[in-house]
Write a protein that binds this ligand. Structure first.
Ligand SMILES: [Zn+2]
Ligand SMILES: [Zn+2]
Length: 276
């Protein structure tokens, strides 16, 4: 994985996912380990992360970092501290993937960036990672609280959340949370309320008809706390039950079949005309 992408992930609060344009990304099974390698500023090859696969989704068609995404289990995956980490070059060269290029990185260019390893390779990497210090910036802000504070325009609550999560949030991100997000949010959600007449985009629940109130809420497909934008094409209108379920289950949207992945089942987005 590119060093700048790794840094960006961490600055935005560690996404616990990886994107690639190689379909082999989706050959991993849930519970498998996905090992990420990166290069330090000094040119050392080091272990960046072990993601324990929780879900596999496709990205929106215009997504810059590849079509295939793998999500790591937030509690079991690990991001390693890259600065000062030992080189794993010799270890990588000893694996079955035959990384033989004279400059190691050349063995991982283009589609070769994604490689299938054996169980034995996995055990070797596990051993290499056993005592590695973890990256303190790898964590996710509490999305529900953050979103609620932003929507309420409660700047002091947002500041408190961000402060509690130091050092996980970059300066630029903080400014976004404090200044930009609170201004725009409700306007966009209102547009979705109009577009879908207040219906939940997943189950079509219609609170306006039932209670005369717009009870559905804006959900950020790529969570704000994971670097998602407060933009219409990153927002959906969902009922409070679906909103709760998506957050609690950490269910990602698969843009391939427009369905939320809840682990043991998927739920299709029934109304999606502002996204397609
Ligand atoms: Zn719903
Ligand atoms: Zn949400």
């Amino acid at each position: 994985m590119r060093r700048d992408n790794y840094q960006r992930d961490l600055d935005l609060g560690a996404g616990y996912h990886l994107n690639q344009d190689n379909p082999m990304m989706h050959e991993v099974e849930k519970g498998d380990s996905l090992w990420a390698l990166t290069r330090t500023a000094e040119g050392r090859y080091v272990l960046a992360a072990e993601l324990i696969v929780q879900a596999k989704t496709k990205n929106r068609p215009d997504f810059r970092y590849g079509e295939y995404r793998v999500w790591g289990d937030v509690d079991r995956s690990r991001y390693f501290r890259v600065e000062g980490a030992p080189s794993v070059e010799q270890i990588i060269r000893s694996l079955s993937i035959r990384a033989e290029a004279r400059v190691l990185g050349r063995s991982f260019q283009g589609h070769a960036a994604v490689r299938e390893i054996t169980e034995e390779d996995h055990q070797i990497l596990r051993e290499a990672a056993r005592n590695l210090p973890l990256e303190p910036r790898a964590r996710i802000l509490p999305e529900e609280k953050l979103e609620a504070a932003i929507i309420m325009g409660d700047r002091s609550a947002v500041e408190r959340l961000v402060r509690d999560e130091e050092p996980g949030v970059a300066e630029e991100r903080k400014q976004y949370f404090y200044e930009k997000a609170p201004q725009r949010n409700q306007n966009l959600v209102n547009r979705l309320q109009n577009l879908y007449s207040g219906h939940c985009q997943i189950c079509r629940w219609d609170p306006v008809d039932e209670y005369g109130e717009s009870l559905c809420e804006g959900h950020h497909i790529q969570w704000l706390s994971r670097g998602g934008d407060d933009a219409l094409n990153n927002l959906m209108l969902v009922c409070p039950n679906h909103h709760r379920a998506i957050h609690r289950c950490d269910a990602p949207l698969d843009w391939g079949d427009m369905a939320y992945d809840f682990g043991d089942h998927r739920e299709a987005v029934a109304m999606d005309r502002h996204l397609t």
